[in-house]
Design a protein around this ligand. Structure first.
Ligand code: AP5
Ligand code: MG
Length: 220
């Protein structure tokens, strides 16, 4: 495993980016940042503008300028991101990828690897339909694949589990379309830089993580 890895996770909505980011943090102690989770936390705290909240809820993307500024301010520039990081859900446009390249290169840094979690869209739809989250601590469950011990309630704090409001079918369709239109191209962008690692996202979470770890080891 490379020391202080700087990793980006790419993949369709529901492909398992957040799940794998949590594995990485647990196994390697590398801090992870999910731009989507950051927005959801702001919203829970009543600190997200109504305009951005509505955009996310409908499945659209936040502007490149806003997201990039937030990722730098809330994470990349902070002390905890200095010894390696995992970015989950950022970048997701070429403009964001170019911004990140420039930001890192100013510090003579680059990404160690970009991990593309490959999953058919219909499986991603099913996973999203089954996803439930704890509104209190953000823990993620799945009624099909990883249910909580007491159905409908968080194992950790006992809160009633909810669906993300952008997990409604019509919003998910918009998110899938957006992925096709503006994010998919990033696999080619990073493949050309020889830092793309593709893994089969249809395996169990443990197996997906093993494959990622193996690929990173091979690369090191
Ligand atoms: P974000 O929160 O990043 O959503 P997303 O990309 O749509 O991805 P998801 O969180 O839905 O899925 P995931 O890949 O993390 O899957 P998970 O691990 O949960 O972004 C939300 C919104 O914020 C965006 O739509 C946009 O509006 C805005 N935004 C964020 N970043 C932005 C940016 N850079 N630019 C502009 N706008 C931005 O897994 C899914 C489910 O499957 C779970 O229930 C899980 O338990 C289960 N599961 C996971 N892995 C497996 C497995 N291997 N086998 C079985 N089940 C599994
Ligand atoms: Mg996620």
């Amino acid at each position: 495993m490379v020391e202080h890895p700087r990793i980006v996770l790419l993949g369709l909505p529901g492909s398992g980016k957040g799940t794998q980011a949590a594995f990485m943090t647990k196994a390697w102690g590398v801090p992870a940042f999910s731009s989507g989770e950051y927005f959801r936390n702001l919203r829970r705290a009543g600190a997200l503008s109504a305009e951005i909240a509505a955009k996310i809820s409908a499945g659209g993307l936040v502007s490149d300028e806003d997201v990039s500024a937030i990722v730098v301010e809330a994470f990349l520039s902070t002390q905890r991101a200095q010894a390696g990081f995992v970015l989950d859900g950022y970048p997701r446009t070429v403009a964001q990828a170019a911004f990140l390249d420039e930001y890192l290169s100013k510090q003579s840094l680059g990404l160690s690897a970009v991990i593309y979690i490959d999953l058919p869209e219909e499986v991603a739809f099913k996973r999203i339909a089954g996803r439930r989250i704890c509104p209190q601590d953000g823990d993620v469950y799945n009624v099909h694949y990883s249910p909580s011990s007491r159905e409908g309630f968080c194992d950790r704090c006992g809160s009633a589990l909810v669906q993300r409001d952008d997990d409604r079918e019509e919003s998910v369709s918009v998110r899938m379309r957006k992925y096709d239109e503006v994010t998919k191209v990033l696999t080619g962008y990073y493949a050309r830089r020889h830092i793309l690692i593709s893994v089969d996202g249809s395996l169990t979470p443990d197996d997906v993580f093993c494959r990622i770890a193996q690929e990173l080891d091979d690369k090191a």
